[in-house]
Every structure is written in C-alpha cells, then in structure tokens.
Design a protein around this ligand. Structure first.
Ligand code: GRF
Length: 194
C-alpha cells in the first residue's frame, strides 16, 4: 500500500509514520505534502528519502477549492492508496474528502467526540476533565467526526497547562498513529485502545 501524508508544521507524527513503514515494511510512504513551504516536517521527510511537495495555501485566499485543486496534483501523481493527515491544519472541503472516502485518516488531540476543532487541551483543562488523549479516525466531510479507529487516554494532572498536557498526549499520538495505520493497511477497522 502507498501512503501519502499531509502536514502543516514540524511533522512529528509524520516522522513516526514514515519510520514505522520503513522499519516494518507494512506500507510505502510515497509523499509528504504541506500547505506551508517552511514546514519543518518537509526537511525531515526529505532526510528520510520521502518525496515532498509544498503548496502554499495563502495565495488562494478563501478559495479553498482552488488551493485543493493545486494540492491534489502532487498527491494524485504519487498514486496513494491511503492519505494520512498528520498535524495538517487546513479544513478540507467535502469534495476533497470524497476523493479519498474510506481511505483517509487523521489524528486529533482529544478523546473524540469530545473537543473537535482547536485548543483541545485548554478546553479539557478548563472543563476540569481528569482524562484527555488522542484519537485516530477516518476522515469524513464533517470535521473531526469520522469513525474512530484508535484512541489513547492520558491523565490530566493538577497544575497541567495546555503545553504540559499536549506534550503528554503527543507521546501517545506517536505510538497510536503508526499502530492504527498498520492495522488499517491490513484491512482491520476495529477499534484500537492503547
Ligand atoms: C499535534 O498536537 C497533533 O495532534 C495535531 O497537530 C500537532 C502537531 O503535530 N494534529 P505534528 O508534530 O506536526 O505531527
């Protein structure tokens, strides 16, 4: 299976996905693409020998469809079987998502369905939650809403800030996403709780 990965920043989740695929051979990373040419993850992907592409979303303004039409070019050229969003921070149109229906994953830093959207850790702390975590789900046209494939819970500790909680969750993201992708490639859609 050929896997393309979309990032927007440092790409720490992308790195773990690529490392797992290269170490275990369960799939092939064929492209890492970003909406930001300065994304640090692009350098990491290139250093791991993965082809990269960057399509800056800013020149397209509010015309999401035009941006996505450009982004689709390198993605389709890489002929992916599966598309993974990993720290990708642009909302994708239903048309784009439909293109990859049933073969597109995302990792979200909350225990979905709680806290879709942004600032998940701050929201959990402000709500007084004693648990937080991360979720890998199939991407559907509704933001952060698709079938859940994997989840990991972490404790919220008294005195946590959004940063300390994010750091605790990120460690688990790095374990969960590769494990879920490996099962997904094998056709296993059952829930994984790590
Ligand atoms: C992580 O918190 C991830 O949950 C979210 O984006 C953040 C950065 O991810 N989706 P990465 O280091 O770019 O993979």
């Amino acid at each position: 299976k050929r896997v393309a990965i979309l990032i927007s920043g440092g790409g720490s989740n992308m790195v773990r996905l690529v490392e797992a695929m290269q170490a275990e051979g369960f799939a092939e990373p064929v492209l890492v693409a970003s909406n930001d040419a300065q994304a640090g993850g692009l350098l990491k992907a290139a250093a791991m020998g993965v082809p990269t592409a960057a399509i800056d979303h800013r020149p397209f303004g509010r015309d999401r469809a035009a941006f996505e039409a450009e982004l689709l070019k390198p993605i389709l050229a890489s002929k992916p079987d599966i598309l993974c969003l990993a720290g990708f921070m642009r909302v994708l149109t239903p048309e784009f998502v439909e293109h990859f229906a049933g073969r597109m994953l995302n990792i979200h830093p909350s225990l979905l369905p709680k806290y879709p959207g942004l600032h998940t850790h701050q929201r959990a702390i402000e709500a007084g939650d004693t648990e937080a975590g991360c979720t890998v789900h199939e991407v559907t046209p509704v933001l952060d809403d698709g079938p859940i494939l994997g989840q990991t819970r972490v404790p919220v500790i008294a005195g946590d800030t959004a940063e300390t909680l994010a750091a605790r969750v990120l460690v688990q993201e790095h374990k969960l996403y590769p494990a879920v992708l490996k099962r997904y490639v094998a056709g296993d859609r059952s829930l994984l709780e790590l």
